[in-house]
Design a protein around this ligand. Structure first.
Ligand SMILES: Cc1cc2nc3c(=O)[nH]c(=O)nc-3n(C[C@H](O)[C@H](O)[C@H](O)COP(=O)(O)OP(=O)(O)OC[C@H]3O[C@@H](n4cnc5c(N)ncnc54)[C@H](O)[C@@H]3O)c2cc1C
Length: 426
């Protein structure tokens, strides 16, 4: 990215002002670029923005930051003025067939409480030595196999059925036997699984998500404070990207009818689904309807200070979160967020207009939040990236544009790595 385009402009156009767009704006405006962000909602931050229901702060599901690398963590320290809550996560899975909750991820010592513990143990031992260590040579290779294959071999059918089979379907709208294993290891865990051979999903000691990572935080002033600061030196235009018009002189058309010519920018950073910028809506993904449930007069609803309960059977919800465990909001009531999966083709008109307007205004309904990690979907994503590859100053960044199973840190990191390729503007 060291070359300026033919006009020598230092202008950057960012499509979408979520985590990726706000981060790109932050890193590049710091380098002296003149950044414009096009964001369809009234505020930046996307899924990670803080909204309020009856005064209770919430994001689109739990938004706890955890990441091993201080270079990126320091961005959050700085922008929050180091005003952070450190989170000690406690997560459970409710298994309807056992009518019991167990720790999440699955713990070996919880098996003794299962009604079918003998059968579960027998299956579990199949690819393990007498000390219960996995025999990597007997397992399929992660990356070359499917999710279901690996997990059934590593933990047995019994545990797979209890914890994963239905959950995977609900989460991704696809059978685990068709889901690529590459998605299982979000980048923040990669260092744990350097040699992906022999990864054990079963935990033998007390273990929470992100164990060993000290920096697990939620900003005291909410995530909205962070994204607002990230875009404070950029020009944010509240408009909706419609599509690229790929003529001799390609430009981007917005819903308001404005045109942004690519050749007027040093770089155009797309953070939206790559089919959307071509006016299409075909990339498979599962979305979420987030249902805020306020329980009046109930100060605390979840057992053992749990942050989230996963529901691994065929219930409508995938996960339910008690928000004040994260946000520490003081109230005589509590706010529960219920995550209900929705599919690509679900229309907003399925719901009463007033409820849907409220959901859209408050970011409670998103049709495409989990990009489906199937071979077909990944190939289709590549096709759309290739379609725009002749527009030399168009790049893609973020969970949707890069079609990844990424959290906030991976997304901020992606924008940071991209920004490193840009020279400072003198
Ligand atoms: C249920 C759930 C829970 C999560 N929990 C966590 C967690 O605990 N920790 C964590 O680190 N991560 C979590 N994440 C992931 C995190 O939300 C994402 O990694 C992050 O939001 C991705 O940033 P993004 O910029 O790629 O997308 P987004 O944040 O979604 O941003 C996209 C932006 O583009 C805008 N936009 C869309 N269409 C248009 C258009 N046509 N024109 C203009 N603008 C448009 C949107 O309004 C939005 O602002 C969770 C995600 C989900 C779905």
């Amino acid at each position: 990215m060291s070359e300026k385009n033919n006009n020598g402009k230092n202008k950057i156009l960012v499509l979408g002002g979520g985590v990726a767009g706000s981060s790109a704006a932050h890193f590049l405006s710091k380098k002296g670029y003149d950044v414009t962000v096009i964001e369809k909602l009234g505020k930046c931050g996307g899924l990670s923005r803080t909204y309020r229901y009856a005064g209770h702060p919430y994001e689109f599901g739990p938004h706890v930051w955890f990441w091993p690398d201080d270079e990126i963590n320091n961005v959050i320290r700085e922008l929050s003025d180091d005003e952070l809550y450190y989170i000690d996560r406690k997560l459970f899975t409710f298994v309807e067939q056992d009518n019991k909750k167990y720790r999440y991820p699955i713990h070996f010592s919880d098996i003794k409480d299962m009604p079918d513990k003998e059968e579960v143990m027998k299956q579990l031992q199949k690819h393990r030595d007498p000390d219960m260590k996995l025999k990597p040579e007997e397992l399929p290779t992660i990356g070359d196999c499917f999710f279901g294959e690996y997990f059934k071999a590593a933990i047995g059918d019994g545990l797979y059925n209890k914890f994963m089979r239905n959950y995977t379907w609900k989460m991704w709208n696809i059978d685990g036997d068709k889901l690529k294993t590459s998605m299982v290891w979000a980048d923040r865990f990669k260092h744990h699984y350097e040699k992906l051979k022999g990864y054990d999903p079963l935990k033998f000691e007390d273990h929470t998500l992100g164990k060993g990572i000290k920096f697990q935080v939620y900003p005291k002033r909410g995530w909205d404070h962070i994204w607002d600061r990230m875009v404070e030196n950029s020009n944010v235009i509240h408009d909706e990207v419609d599509r690229i018009i790929d003529e001799k002189r390609p430009y981007l058309l917005t819903k308001k009818g404005d045109k942004y010519y690519f050749d007027e920018y040093h770089t155009v950073i797309n953070t939206l689904h790559v089919d959307l910028i071509w006016g299409e809506d075909v990339l498979p993904a599962t979305g979420r309807m987030m249902i805020p449930l306020l329980i009046p007069g109930c100060k605390k609803a979840f057992p053992e200070d749990a942050e989230s309960l996963h529901y691994s059977s065929c219930e409508f919800q995938t996960r339910v979160t008690e928000m004040k465990v994260i946000t520490r909001h003081e109230s005589p009531d509590t706010l529960i967020l219920i995550e209900v999966p929705i599919t690509n083709d679900m229309k907003e008109s399925c719901f009463p207009e007033n409820a849907m307007n409220y959901a859209l205004d408050n970011n409670l309904f998103c049709r495409r939040t989990y990009c489906q990690q199937s071979e077909e979907a990944l190939a289709l994503h590549k096709k759309f990236v290739d379609k725009g590859s002749h527009i030399k100053n168009l790049v893609h960044c973020g969970r949707y544009a890069e079609f990844k199973y990424w959290g906030m840190p991976e997304t901020v990191n992606s924008a940071y790595q991209l920004s490193k390729k840009f020279e400072e503007v003198k």
